[in-house]
Design a protein around this ligand. Structure first.
Ligand code: CA
Length: 424
């Protein structure tokens, strides 16, 4: 067992019942404490922990870390150190905050420099994302979309069961939870019209996704195999890949998504490590027909992560509109990464690879309004009685994720985004 994952460990920091952040989680993020400078940190319960301060105070002394590795505005350099360092740092944090360790807990001046209430820090985007790739790896999602727009009897395109289909997205517009977005404008072709019109999208949608963050890969021209992939995946976030369905429908032929997708994607601020998620690994769906040898995997390559989507109207309360699970994914992260690099494509520290919309098998587990409202034909009701087919101005969309087993809950917190009206 990974030392930091010990389910019997408790912390001298208070962890509220049902918290996503027990001492077994130890995610990594970037924040600004009130009136202070940007630092890399972690979180236990509702306490943010300044890792650069801990490092300056000598608590990581024997781990041979660069002096400024946590005094950064992103995790990229830390991720570049490689998996043995990620594990060593996380294990040291588990030890320091263990209820039986007194080094820091009995040192009030040190505690004051290191610990902050989470509500007093501002979370920032945790990584500098040079490249963002979006996959299309949920069979249920691809089947629903194919059924709606093509042919229910041939919903999956011929390549889908052989290739983890993906495309290169845009990284400049990826934002952190809490930042609002503006309704995008663009060209659409109204039904039965003979020429396109311009204006705000009428079909603004979310996509419930999870993303994984990579370390530096191999030199250009070399591939990462399924077996090697675990050494190159740092951790995961919850990811809302905003989409404008009417713009998408008109523009996507023949080269795929463009302005319908690149106006914004929102991510949760804490990166939960693959080490923390290891107890929740499960086998994925059986793959039939058999995949090509470079995509052949065995064992538990999926993860059991519960997902929830909520919508709140302006000044209203959250209504849950979907519950799904990451374990439904047909293609695993290992297969996605192996496929991405099989042609020799290189990857960098901080690259983001998103799953594609994660839809489950039942209508209440679909991961987009497109599917939940079945192309706008079945409105959803919110708690207030208001109805939604797509996302309205003033709405706030929230996504949450967590894994739970043997009394340990490892969560991601949330990604929460408000939609503002289109710019005049
Ligand atoms: Ca997507």
């Amino acid at each position: 067992m990974i030392y930091a994952n010990d389910p019997s460990r408790s912390s001298w920091i208070t962890v509220p019942e049902g918290s996503d952040f027990p001492i077994q989680n130890i995610p990594f993020g970037v924040f600004i404490p009130a009136d202070d400078i940007i630092t890399i940190g972690t979180r236990i319960g509702n306490t943010a922990i300044d890792l650069s301060a801990l490092h300056q105070l000598g608590y990581f002394e024997d781990l041979e870390l660069p002096l400024d590795v946590f005094l950064q505005d992103n995790l990229n350099d830390f991720i570049s150190l490689g998996k043995p360092h990620w594990r060593a740092v996380r294990d040291r944090i588990a030890e320091l905050f263990d209820v039986n360790t007194k080094d820091l807990s009995s040192h009030p001046e040190h505690r004051e420099r290191v610990l902050f209430p989470v509500e007093e820090v501002q979370m920032l985007l945790p990584v500098f994302i040079q490249d963002y790739t979006d996959f299309y790896s949920s069979r249920e999602h691809a089947t629903n979309v194919g059924t709606m727009f093509r042919d229910p009897n041939n919903a999956l395109l011929p390549n889908w069961l052989h290739i983890p289909v993906g495309y290169h997205g845009r990284s400049s517009s990826i934002i952190v939870s809490g930042e609002p977005i503006r309704r995008p404008k663009g060209q659409t072709m109204p039904p039965n019209a003979d020429k396109p019109v311009f204006g705000p999208t009428k079909r603004l949608d979310f996509e419930l996704e999870m993303g994984f963050i990579t370390s530096d890969g191999k030199p250009l021209g070399e591939s990462i195999s399924i077996e090697e992939s675990k050494d190159y995946i740092f951790g995961m976030v919850v990811f809302n890949d905003w989409s404008a369905r009417d713009i998408q429908k008109w523009e996507y032929v023949p080269l795929g998504p463009f302005l319908a997708k690149n106006f914004a994607s929102s991510m949760s601020p804490w990166v939960v490590t693959m080490d923390a998620l290891q107890p929740f690994a499960v086998e994925g769906p059986k793959q039939e027909p058999e995949v090509l040898p470079y995509l052949n995997q065995s064992g538990a390559q999926n993860y059991d992560i519960s997902l929830e989507v909520l919508i709140a109207e302006e000044n209203g309360e959250d209504s849950t509109i979907a519950n799904s699970n990451y374990k439904h994914m047909y293609w695993s992260m290992a297969q996605q990464l192996a496929h991405h690099t099989i042609n020799g494509c290189n990857i960098n520290s901080g690259d983001l690879m998103a799953s594609g919309t994660i839809s489950g098998p039942t209508p209440d587990s679909y991961g987009s309004m497109l599917e939940l409202s079945w192309n706008g034909t079945k409105p959803l009701s919110l708690k207030s009685g208001a109805q939604r087919t797509f996302i309205e101005d003033g709405d706030t969309v929230t996504m949450k994720a967590y894994s739970e087993k043997n009394g340990v809950r490892i969560g991601f917190g949330e990604v929460r985004t408000k939609v503002l009206p289109a710019q005049d």
